[in-house]
Design a protein around this ligand. Sequence first.
Ligand SMILES: *Cc1c(COP(=O)(O)O)cnc(C)c1O
Length: 386
Amino acid sequence: MSRIYLDHNASTPVRPEVLEAMLPYFGEHFGNASSAHAFGQEAKGAIEEARARVAALLNATPAEIVLTSGGTESDNLGVIGGARALPMKGRHVIVSAIEHDAVRHAADQLEREGFTVTRAAPNTRGVVEPETIAGAIRPDTALVSVMAANNETGVVQPVAEIGAVCAERGVAFHVDAVQAAGKIPIDVQAWRATLATIAGHKFYGPKGAGALYVKRGFKPTPLQHGGDHEKGRRAGTENVPGIVGLGKACELAQRELSESAARISRLRDRLEAGIMERIPNVVRHGDGAPRVPNTSHLSIVGAEGEHVILTLDMKGIAVSSGAACKAGSSHPSHVLLAMGVEREIAQSAVRFSLGRCTTDAEIDRVLEVLPGIIAKLRAASPTAAS
Ligand SMILES: *Cc1c(COP(=O)(O)O)cnc(C)c1O
């Protein structure tokens, strides 16, 4: 039985073209990019080529791209480094209540340092409204952080409108665009972002490689101290193979975006319609809001999400409840709770996230096995809703 992977929001397979581009940098091209000799210059050239490709995907200039170890580091440098760099603005920060832990816990750290943090709630559809952010901005607000697309619900956030509010009020704006990359266009100019995060492994690049866009003229306080790498913004010898892979993934994402989006959203819509047709009492999260093409987050009421995931796994189908870091814990999602979803319904959430290799046959297989699994789980559950 071949396995089916529907957890692309947690991670994606490295594309063959990406792997091929990376391989020489594990081998013959091993130089340190800081070295003056030919080995070093070869590595440096590869890094700069990758930086240009990252910049092109984000609609930025290469000098505005800081290469990092991934989404978590970029979010930390953006939120913590960004806020610490603005002491003259004040010590108030706004983050949305639906952010990834990399932003949420970065904000918690600022709070421990004496910053005041406002956690802005989304509406019931999972959208963080620009008016909510506008209402939360104070004279001492230094920075706002709102993600471009939510990793659990797939809901696309109005970051251009929020960016306009921030620009008008003179507040720095960080966007976690990790779940946007490869799914919807990223445009740091249109978003009026000061800072923006992407991570290679969420769009067919390698793990441990990411980038932070830093608007020209802004300088986040570095979190890491050492050499003068990345123009003093991020010390440490560069992960050359990872950076080359990230660059290649950006190039491919930019080239194939619209074509793959149309195909994937058709499959996602078929999966959703099929589930809702075959199984009663299913709640679709983010209903009525714009969503990225690949994500479906459903609560199958009366069946514990964690049980659904484990049973599907035994049948060779990989899905998730939402945040990958939550595996093994049955805490309901902070995203759903912030949207006002009842605890019990939040506990029954299952996220299907499709990818570029997902097929119609795979969707058919899920639609074939899921109803039986749910019927059994509901029959065994004391709170079964139907
Ligand atoms: C995965 C993810 C991150 C963290 O990126 P890593 O590269 O895994 O550290 C941050 N934000 C969002 C929205 C994510 O989905």
